[in-house]
Every structure is written in C-alpha cells, then in structure tokens.
Design a protein around this ligand. Structure first.
Ligand code: HEM
Length: 561
C-alpha cells in the first residue's frame, strides 16, 4: 500500500512524520499538512471553576451514570418513526461532518503521554491546563480545505509535497478522482441501475488498494461523507477548467492557475458555510447578528486562532443526532419499490475503504466503489421535501440518537460480536461523547448558558417528553448537565429539533464565523472585502453558486433536472 501523509481514524491516528511545526496563519499551499494547532476553552474561567463542571470526585460513579445516560438516549426504533424527521435536508449532516474534519481532529485520542483515557472506568477528568498544554489539534482551524488539498501539488520537482500523489500526473493542478467499478473483484457484473449522468463513472475517491488516497482519511468513514469529499475533488477540477476558459490571464503557469483555482474553491466553500450551512442549522438571526454586530465571544488568543473545546467536544457534535439509521440514497438503495435493498447505516459504512468497500457486512469486496452506490444528491438537498418531514430529511437535533450509533461498525477492533467492555464502549458514540466531555473538563450546559447570557433550560424543560428511563438516567445531571446533552435538549425543546437552540447556535456560529473572520486569507478579508458568489465561478446557465445544490451541480454530481 502506498504511504499516505496522514492516516486518521476515530479513537487514534497514525502520524507518519511527527512534525513539530506550529501553525502560522498562512494559507499558502506549500505549507505542510502535518500541523499541530491549539485547542483552548472558549470560557477558560468556567473550565477552571468546579461549580461549572461535573464533580471530579466520585468519578467512578459519574462515569457509570454518564454511560447510563448515553444508553438512554439511543432510539431503538427500526425503522425510524416519522416524528424523528426534521426540516433540514440530510446533506447538511454530512456537510457538517466534512467541516468537522476540515478544522478539528484529535479530541478522541488519549493525550499521548498519559496512561488513562475514557476506556478506563475510573479515569479522573484532566485539568484544563494539562489539556491545553498537551492536547493538540491536528488540523489548521481555518476553512482552507487542508482535508482536501493537503500541502498542495508538486509544481516544483525540487520541492516535492507530501500530498503530491493526490494530484493528477498529466495535469498536476487537478486532483485525482476515483473510477467506479462495473464488476466485483471476482468479475461478477454489478447489479442495479446506473445513476445519471450514466456514462460518468468518475464518482469515487481515488484509492490505492481500496484505501482512499485523500488528505483526511476520516472522509472515507462512511459513503455519504466520501461522496461529499468526491464532490469537492470534482468541484476543484471544474474550477480549474473554468479559470482556464474564463480567466486566461490566471492560467499562464501552473502555480498561478492552482492558486487562483484553490482560492476560488475556498471562498465559495467559506461563503456557503456561512450563508447556507450555518443559516440552516442555527437559530434564525444568529448569523446575521454576528456578521453585522461582530463577535462577542470568539477572539484569537495570543494572536493565534484556536479551536474551542466547547465546540469540538460538545456543541458541534450536535450533528451526531442528525444521522439517520437508513437513507433514501439512490434508486438502487432505498426503501422505495424496485430497489435492490435499503441504504442502511451499516451498508453505508461497509462501502468504504475502512471496510474493504462492501466487505462484511456488505457483499464485496470491491476494489473501488461500484457504480450502483453512486449517490443521487437530489434526494439529499431539497428543502421542500425535507419540510414535509419525510425520509429525505436529517433526524431532528434532539436527545434521540439513531441506534446504529451505539453499534459503530468501523470502531475499535471492528468485531461487532466482541463483548469486551472497552470494545463495546468504542462502538457507542453517545457514551463516548459524554465521557469525552467529562474527561476534557467541558463546562456544563448551564454554565455555558450563563456565560452567553442565555436563559437556562429549566428542570422541566430538561425532562420534557423524556421516557421514564431517560429521566431516571438524567436525574443526577439535572443541575449540572453535560454540555453535549444540553445542546441537544435545548434544540429539542426550544427549536423543535429543526435547528440548534440559542446556546448551541451561539457556540457553533461564533466559532465558525470567528475562524473565518480572523483568517486574513478568507473571503471576508482578502482582496475584495465583500467577496460574494457574483465574483466567483458560474454555472453553464450563468447561475451563481449560492446553495449547496449549485455547488454539487458545478461539480457535475447533481444533474440539472
Ligand atoms: C456519520 C456518522 C458519524 C459518526 C459515526 C461519527 C463518529 C465520531 C466518533 C467515533 C468520534 C470520536 C468520539 C470520541 O471518542 O470522542 C467523533 C468525533 C467528532 N464528531 Fe462525529 N461522527 C459522525 C458524524 C458527525 C457529524 C454529522 C458531525 C457534525 C456535524 C460530527 C462532529 C464531530 C466532532 C466535532 C468530533 C470531534 C472531532 C475532534 O476530534 O476534534 N460527527 N465522531
């Protein structure tokens, strides 16, 4: 297998080259991707105030109770009932995951020189000083798509980049894209219909021996995020073509061309993150008020951008509750008549490099993604269908998690039968999130609400509509509620699960806009200060890229109907 610059997996990572380089706030393509940047607390005082934390004493008891709470929020209904559907189209779930992978990594790793982590049933929470000193983010916290570009192509043979193999040999300013298989590894033809545009079978990640050759391997964790990453590779390549055709002055040499294309891709992405993604998942008015009145809570520390732990370990994990147990994925894999079978969570995780693309529990293995598994994005982006609360929507942002999230198939030793308590915990995302928050001393939901000046959830609200089992598990945490649970419940009782509530919205929007506003190279700062899509690439009909569906269309993965 070819050596990749960066191999991530949840619960651990392999760094092929230990770089000690600290981040400089530069968005140059020549920078190494092997970076370590700072995590810090948005509210450092709260993280150091015992009144704002779950008790550090009785840790064994708290750990057990957090596990009980994690289990109590799993929704075991199969199939999922219609009242779990939000009005958010499901593309936002995976776009959200893609964003997470672009800006934050490593909170799920034991601090390397420690002998303890969340798998020990008597761990003690780490002190905030220790966390900020030892735990490092393995991503640049800028929306620069280092998860896609790595450190860029090799345009000067004297200075090869780590990511050089991700770029096309004949046209090094373009990223490689993978070819879809038409038969399995034994030569049997692939069943099912082709996905329009039928003759376009360049809709997989590039792979070496099934493993995705991309700058963040977490983007091959499940098939939907993998297809989203594929869209980014294709969007970049389409932008290169567009620059060649429309801005010949920027295409005279490969370096100028690549930098121009990459800049356009980044600005389109950042603009969409703020104006489409954030406005969809946060409470109405939050984004506009931050853009017009300025940031209130996120400010660089000592001149450096940092990733707030309250975001990575609590608020931004809201996306976990939007994940469905099954999707209307395409004409072959859906619950609609005529399909081959349903697109279950297990199959969506099986058709990835981490599971041998269709290896158990799928029928595979295949060397690359079979054409019948190409996504039909029109089933994922439509706000009108989602508003009908059909299957073409994300799950509500609430305290009910789809059951496969307690049985993750690509975590731990990947043996779903292994009943070893550590393996069971590694497969249980809700328990991991709650324990991670305790381990890393994340302030409680109530203390975050106080800091943000937002009315706290009452005990009645925390208990509202809960099952008796959930209320029993929640009992020890009514006064001091784990921040992740709090954000989910706030969304449930104050926004009907159709967006984040105020605390969640503020933390998520302040962090994301704070990172973009403080990046001197972002669309808000560089060159024209008010860059917007009218200054970017255009669709063949002259349309601008103003929504994620336009982006997918420009990438050639969402045919226009
Ligand atoms: C599609 C299914 C998903 C799975 C199976 C999944 C799984 C995981 C796992 C296992 C972790 C590490 C947990 C720990 O031990 O601390 C994690 C971390 C995380 N997840 Fe997800 N996730 C999914 C989707 C999402 C989505 C949709 C979002 C946000 C919109 C999200 C945001 C995060 C964040 C922010 C982290 C922390 C990253 C870091 O280390 O800094 N995830 N996820």
């Amino acid at each position: 297998m070819q050596k990749l610059p960066f191999e991530f997996s949840h619960g651990g990572y392999i760094k092929e080259q230990a770089g000690q380089q600290r981040i400089a706030l530069r968005a140059l393509t020549t920078e190494a991707i092997d970076v370590e940047t700072d995590f810090d607390y948005l509210f450092p005082d709260s993280a150091r105030d015992p009144n704002s934390l779950l008790p550090a004493e009785n840790n064994k008891d708290i750990i057990k109770k957090l596990k009980d709470l994690g289990e109590a929020i799993i929704d075991r209904q199969n199939p999922e009932s219609e009242d779990t559907n939000s009005i958010i189209p499901p593309v936002y779930t995976y776009w959200g995951q893609f964003i997470d992978h672009d800006i934050t990594a490593n909170t799920d790793r034991a601090v390397t020189d420690l002998q303890t982590d969340i798998t020990k049933d008597d761990f003690t929470p780490l002190s905030p000083d220790f966390v900020t000193d030892k735990l490092k983010n393995l991503r640049r916290p800028t929306f620069d798509l280092d998860s896609v570009y790595g450190d860029g192509p090799t345009l000067d043979p004297e200075n090869p980049t780590q990511a050089k193999d991700f770029y096309q040999k004949d046209d090094p300013v373009k990223l490689k894209v993978g070819q879809n298989a038409e038969q399995d590894a034994s030569g049997n033809p692939t069943p099912g219909a082709k996905i329009p545009p039928e003759n376009d079978l360049l809709r997989d990640l590039p792979r070496n021996n099934r493993i995705a050759a991309i700058a963040d391997s977490r983007n091959d964790e499940n098939l939907i995020v993998a297809q989203f990453h594929t869209a980014f590779l294709r969007f970049h390549n389409a932008v290169v073509d567009w620059v060649r055709q429309n801005e010949p002055q920027n295409a005279q040499d490969n370096k100028t061309l690549f930098v121009r294309a990459q800049t356009l891709v980044r600005w389109h992405y950042q603009w969409l993150v703020v104006n489409d993604f954030l406005k969809t998942v946060t409470a109405s008015g939050t984004v506009d008020s931050i853009l017009s009145d300025g940031l209130k809570f996120y400010h660089p520390r000592n001149g450096n951008l940092f990733m707030p732990l309250e975001f990575s370990v609590a608020a931004y994990r809201f996306g976990h509750s939007m994940v469905r147990a099954a999707y209307d994925y395409n004409r072959n894999f859906t619950d609609q008549p005529g399909a081959l079978t349903d697109a279950t969570f297990r199959l969506l995780f099986a058709f990835t490099g981490k599971r041998d693309i269709g290896g158990p529990p799928g029928p595979g293995p295949n060397a690359t993604l079979p054409f019948n598994w190409i996504i039909e994005w029109d089933r994922f982006v439509d706000k009108e269908s989602a508003a009908k609360r059909q299957r073409n929507s994300a799950r509500k942002i609430d305290t009910h998690l789809a059951f496969p999230l307690s049985e993750l198939i690509n975590e731990g030793n990947k043996d779903p039968q292994d009943q070893d308590p550590i393996q069971k915990l590694l497969r249980h995302l809700a328990q991991r999130n709650l324990l991670r928050g305790y381990f890393l001393s994340i302030p409680t939901g109530q203390s975050l609400a106080d800091k943000l000046g937002i009315k706290k959830l009452t005990v009645e609200e925390l208990q509202q509509d809960n099952s008796p089992e959930l209320n029993q598990a929640l009992e020890p945490f009514l006064e001091k509620t784990p921040a992740w649970y709090y954000v989910l419940k706030e969304s449930e009782v104050r926004a009907n699960g159709d967006s984040l509530g105020e605390v969640g919205s503020r933390i998520v929007a302040e962090t994301i806009i704070g990172l973009i506003k403080n990046d001197p190279f972002s669309y808000l700062n560089e060159g024209e200060h008010d860059w917007n899509p009218s200054k970017g690439v255009k669709l063949p009909n002259g349309g601008e890229i103003r929504a994620i569906s336009d982006f997918l269309e420009f990438a050639g993965v969402l045919p226009r109907s």
